[in-house]
Ligand binder design. Sequence first.
Ligand SMILES: NC(=O)N[C@@H](CC(=O)O)C(=O)O
Ligand SMILES: [Zn+2]
Ligand SMILES: [Zn+2]
Length: 341
Amino acid sequence: MTDRLTIRRPDDWHVHLRDGAMLQAVAGHTARQFARAIIMPNLTPPVTGIAMAQAYRDRIRAALGEDVDFMPLMTCYLTDHSDAEEIAAGHAAGVFTACKLYPAHATTNSAHGVTDILRLTTVLETLQRIGMPLLIHGEVTDRSIDIFDREAVFVERVLTPLTRDYPALKIVLEHITTAEAAAFVAEAAHPIAATITPQHLLINRNAIFDGGLRPHAYCLPVLKRETHRLAVRRAAVSGSPRFFLGTDSAPHVVGAKESGCGCAGIFNAPFALEAYLRVFEEENALDRFEGFASEHGARFYGLPLNDGTVTLVRKAVTVPDRIGDVVPFLAGETLGWRFEG
Ligand SMILES: NC(=O)N[C@@H](CC(=O)O)C(=O)O
Ligand SMILES: [Zn+2]
Ligand SMILES: [Zn+2]
């Protein structure tokens, strides 16, 4: 039995570091485990331009302090009015790594998102031409579609035609939760990949209603039924380079979660690698963990692999009930691996 696992330093390809006091509180958790992270732009107001992204990147670096070796990779929040030239200039200048498409009103802070993908024609042509990835929150927002079906319907109605219309556009379907999304990404004759969160690997929708309403198990896309969890697990441990780590760590203060209208989002950054490793161990796939955590994402983005390593050891670690004002994922549970650094 392996008791120590040393892998190349990993990256988190989808994280919310927020701003202000929350940024101060959470940034260190991500920087402790990951060398780089794709920083989500859904602040209020959203990060839509070069100057905003540079200022946000500076705030992230300031929150971490000089000595911390962590590279925030910034993203541009797309709106109906996004400017393709600004995006291309930001990419050329090394400010923007990718663009993020939130269908309007699909999730937290997406009110300024895109109302109709047809408005993005010039932007998408530009991304395709310059090889800049498009990251997608893949849910339709049609309120007549059942919330548990919104991802599968997005794959059929939006993603399928999008890949036809832009055959060379690099796409990352974020935080996949369904068998349909996993199959589409695995099989498409298209440069497409997907990130997978720890929660969608470890729990199913029963967790939201386990003996009562559990706001800390609520995120978007919402957890699905067990068959989908199993399909997403198979994708994660398959060794396919199209699937990689993206925590979607999305902290909200406890009062915003435990509310009559609680926010969507699960804060999993503090024990992210430990949580993923539980899955890879249960699936007898420890040998595939490094690819998922440290290689597939960088290769898809066309970025160098990290130097250096991190080690996890087989030691019990109990997730605290609270970290600051936030309830972490798996609060109170004991995990079998511990991140050593
Ligand atoms: N995943 C979530 O449930 N919430 C995210 C937004 C998102 O990634 O959709 C957030 O910003 O809180
Ligand atoms: Zn999302
Ligand atoms: Zn997210």
